[in-house]
Design a binder for this molecule. Structure first.
Ligand SMILES: [Zn+2]
Ligand SMILES: [Zn+2]
Length: 335
């Protein structure tokens, strides 16, 4: 769920007080675009990612905080011209003002991020040339940025190389295909997860056909829908997840909803996590059987497997008296 709140905020640049809408929480549902743009729910809140002080024109993610050179930048001619640029959407101007504020501090990665956000606003407004320019500028900043100290260390194993994929996508969509292909090679040398390597293969193919359009991570992986919407497919596993979700570990839950994607070597599970892969060595059906054994052994008083007395397929719930696989229905509690 997405929630908003109204709050009195004091501007760190001019001390002016204004009422600002702030984002309390955002649900993300589904994977992002290849340039990092979040899926539908989060993207619709983009207007609330920045605050604007009505008194002095300071733009920030939080008006109560200011970078050391903020006052100077806010009063500069360049900044005022950008903020009040009459032909661009107001939100586009705001994101570029944020980029200017971060340029002044030498915070190139932040500046690149705000230019990318401006590109998304331009996409929505159909301003193709502005979008292309913002992406190109963001890519230049990232190409010249000093390497990160701990390169993507805190990220999930399966998303290692994701920053690189986003840079490739910025270059591709800016029409700089050759540079994008050089980045693809560099990222492959540095090492990326199986998922990210698949996205790089997808990017390379898109570049080869001159495609500069928007594509999603799901498209890149050949997935039809986000994992939350994927059927589990094994009836026993579906029964256990549906009825005893709370008894499953995080790893078991992730393994249960794991999808496969296609690579040049054939289909494979969409993860590099060894503990998840271990649970899936005998597929979803094998995971279902293993979970049934574990749950019955550890929670004998609580767990009931309600199978159809005729065909043996688990029903949907513990109380169901109708088979999902055959036409059979039954009255008394099956055993
Ligand atoms: Zn102010
Ligand atoms: Zn049946």
């Amino acid at each position: 769920m997405t929630q908003f709140a109204l709050k009195q905020v004091t501007c760190a640049v001019c001390g002016g007080v204004s009422e600002q809408r702030t984002l309390q929480c955002v649900s993300t549902f589904g994977r992002p675009d290849l340039d990092g743009r979040p899926s539908v729910m989060a993207r619709s809140t983009m207007g609330l990612w920045t605050q604007l002080c009505p008194a002095c024109g300071y733009c920030a993610t939080t008006l109560t905080q200011a970078l050391p050179r903020a006052r100077e930048v806010v009063h500069s001619v360049t900044y005022r011209a950008r903020l009040h640029h009459p032909e661009a959407p107001a939100l586009f101007n705001r994101f570029l003002c944020l980029a200017l504020l971060h340029d002044a501090e030498g915070l190139v990665r932040d500046s690149a991020e705000f230019r990318t956000h401006a590109a998304w606003v331009a996409d929505d407004a159909g301003l193709e040339e502005s979008a292309r320019r913002c992406r190109s500028e963001a890519a230049d900043l990232l190409l010249n940025a000093p390497p990160l100290k701990h390169w993507e260390h805190r990220e999930d194993l399966d998303w290692q190389g994701w920053r690189g994929v986003q840079l490739v996508d910025l270059l591709r969509r800016a029409g700089r295909g050759e540079e994008a292909l050089r980045e693809v090679e560099r990222i492959r040398r540095e090492g990326a997860s199986s998922l990210m390597k698949q996205l790089l293969t997808y990017e390379s193919a898109a570049i080869a056909r001159g495609d500069t359009g928007r594509h999603t991570v799901d498209e890149g992986l050949g997935l039809p829908s986000p994992p939350e919407l994927q059927p589990i497919k094994d009836p026993l596993l579906e029964y256990l997840v549906g009825n005893y979700h709370r008894l499953l570990t995080d790893t078991e839950q992730r393994a249960s909803s794991m999808e496969t994607f296609n690579t040049e070597e054939g289909p494979r599970w969409a993860t590099d996590h060894p503990e998840i892969l271990a649970l899936l060595t005998e597929g979803k059906a094998g995971l279902g059987r293993a979970l049934e054994r574990r749950l019955l052994a550890e929670h004998p008083d609580e767990v009931v497997i309600n199978r159809c007395p005729k065909c043996g397929v688990p029903a949907r719930t513990a109380k169901a008296r109708q088979c999902r696989a055959c036409p059979h229905t039954w009255r008394e509690t099956p055993r």
